[in-house]
Design a protein around this ligand. Structure first.
Ligand SMILES: [Zn+2]
Length: 238
């Protein structure tokens, strides 16, 4: 085992694991006499197998004890590698569809993955995202409060620009960017605004959209969700 190559993979908790000959080891500290990295078997709590590596984490330079159990099947390790890679991507690219992330990861590797494995990978990705996303609001005030908290969040920017605008003490939210507003004021020759009560996000009553016309082309420039049919601040955002 000395001289074996180490492959670094990620554990379910996001920690680094050293994979050697299909056995997983977790980092536990440094050896006193030479500062070598000490890795203990992570599969079985009662297993005393330890490997040591140089700081580069490439080769095993010493071992102590031996495994008292079978190695993990390659298919199980492949599934873990795919799952952890996909979970990391799901967190980094919050709006990317899980199926697209899985497909990209599968194309990059030669992993032996079964169809049933994909289901568990998808579930792990959704679970990961659920931890960083807000829970679904249960009232208008909760929805507004969440939007106010999210409006300056890096994950909710469009081309690095804020697009959620939820003013304090107001019961509406505007979805647009500063660039869109500037385009609307400077370039559009005609503006068309209309609201719908039928298709509106939950807890809001009206969805009001402004389209701008420029050289025969129109496009939605500002969308606004309003919680009342008539209110004093109805035109406050325009
Ligand atoms: Zn072991």
């Amino acid at each position: 085992m000395i001289g074996s190559r180490i492959e670094l993979i990620t554990s379910e908790r996001g920690k680094e694991l050293a994979l050697v000959n299909l056995y997983k080891h977790r980092f536990v500290g440094y050896r006193k006499k030479d500062g070598a990295l000490k890795w203990r078997c992570s599969t079985n709590k009662n297993c005393t197998a330890i490997i040591f590596s140089t700081p580069e984490k490439i080769l095993v330079c010493d071992v102590s004890g031996s495994h008292n159990h079978d190695a993990d099947p390659q298919s199980k390790l492949d599934r873990q590698v795919l799952r952890e890679n996909c979970k990391r991507k799901a967190e980094e690219s919050i709006s990317c569809r899980p199926v697209k992330i899985i497909r990209t990861e599968l194309l990059k590797t030669q992993l032996a993955i079964k169809c049933s494995d994909i289901t568990s990978v998808r579930k792990a990705m959704y679970d990961k995202r659920r931890k960083i996303m807000s829970s679904l609001p249960k009232s208008l005030n909760e929805a507004l409060e969440q939007l106010r908290n999210l409006q300056l969040d890096d994950s909710f920017m469009y081309k690095n620009q804020q697009f959620i605008h939820a003013p304090p003490n107001e019961q509406f939210v505007c979805i647009t960017t500063a660039n869109n507003i500037s385009f609307l004021i400077k370039n559009c020759t005609e503006l068309f605004g209309d609201g719908t009560f039928e298709y509106c996000p939950k807890y809001f009553m009206q969805l009001y959209t402004i389209h701008g016309l420029k050289r025969e082309y129109t496009g939605a420039i500002l969308t606004r969700c309003e919680n009342a049919r008539v209110s004093p601040e109805y035109h406050a955002s325009f």
